[in-house]
Design a protein around this ligand. Structure first.
Ligand code: C2E
Ligand code: CA
Ligand code: CA
Ligand code: CA
Length: 279
């Protein structure tokens, strides 16, 4: 800390303390959250535009802390990453999603892939393929019913590690999707360098797709490029009928968003599946 006068120093440290204390309290609780079974997975349906049927689900983690109540992943995932807890939490997510999806299959409810989000740290650790293999073996779920979502920054920062692990996962039959497409620095060249199965157009483009020509142009170009490379395109954050129709016309393959459903608890997802399968 620079010595910039007694008062400003004092002010700075007290504010820093408050923030650091909040952070430390949160981290302490996060550390205990797994053991206390405070995490759960919600599921958001992915819908195929060709027939408007549910074709998969994305698993999204939820944390209900005994002391703090519901805490959004946007708040605790960065903390889990900084503290290294994301490795353990990420493994729990993969194992839970596989076990849940296999249970749905065994109950005859669905035979659809479930997608899980993976942080850059899980790639850096180098253990992702081994954890996935173990989760598949333990759950008994076939690899083709699992998808891994990675963001562009992983491909940039950890290109070599990411490429090797993506190849290993795909070799096992697990699908790999590029999340939040268009928000990072990546670009088109990444799409051809990395062998990917799916690309998810970020919701920031979808939000403006019907009234901003630039967002629309980016979405259309992305769809064309992905299709040229044999990659399936999913649009995220679809909230309105207008956005849905636009994406359908533009040739997008799948959509996800509040228009069809928010992420819901496992029990509610089963109800969505049942309604979707009803004749
Ligand atoms: P994401 O992977 O991009 O997930 C999509 C987010 O958009 C989710 O927020 C979802 O609830 C929200 N969303 C879905 N449809 C709509 C819509 O129509 N409109 C709007 N405005 N939002 C929509 P959520 O669940 O709060 O998760 C936020 C982020 O936290 C995720 O973004 C992901 O980066 C991260 N995250 C969530 N679960 C996990 C996890 O298990 N592991 C890791 N590493 N990250 C996770
Ligand atoms: Ca995602
Ligand atoms: Ca996303
Ligand atoms: Ca169509």
């Amino acid at each position: 800390v620079k010595n910039s006068g007694r008062n400003s120093f004092r002010y700075f440290t007290s504010e820093m303390n408050t923030r650091a204390l909040h952070w430390m309290a949160l981290e302490h609780r996060l550390r205990n959250a797994l053991g206390r079974a405070e995490f759960s997975l919600f599921y958001q349906p992915q819908v195929r535009l060709a027939d408007k049927r549910i074709c998969g689900a994305e698993a999204l983690i939820r944390w209900r802390s005994a002391e703090l109540g519901m805490i959004s992943p946007a708040e605790f995932i960065p903390l889990a990453e900084d503290s290294g807890l994301i490795i353990e939490i990420g493994e729990w997510v993969i194992r839970t999603a596989c076990a849940q999806n296999k249970a749905w299959q065994d109950a005859g409810l669905c035979a659809l892939p479930v997608a899980v989000n993976v942080s850059a740290h899980q790639i850096t650790a180098g253990t992702l393929p081994a954890i996935v293999r173990s989760a598949l073996r333990t759950s008994g779920m076939e690899a083709r019913y699992l998808a891994i979502e990675l963001t562009e920054s992983v491909l940039m920062q950890e290109a070599e590690l990411a490429m090797a692990q993506i190849a290993e996962l795909r070799g096992m039959g697990v699908a790999v999707a590029l999340d939040d497409f268009g928000t990072g620095y990546s670009s088109l060249s990444y799409l051809s360098r990395f062998a990917l199965d799916k690309l998810k157009i970020d919701q920031s483009f979808v939000r403006n797709i019907t009234d901003d020509a630039k967002s629309a142009a980016i979405a259309k170009a992305t769809i064309a490029l992905a299709h040229g490379l044999g990659i399936t395109v999913v649009a995220e954050g679809v909230e309105t009928r207008e956005q849905l129709d636009y994406l359908d016309d533009a040739g997008c393959d799948e959509v996800q968003g509040y228009f069809f459903s928010r992420p819901v608890a496992a029990g509610e997802f089963v109800a969505l599946l049942a309604a979707d399968q009803a004749p």
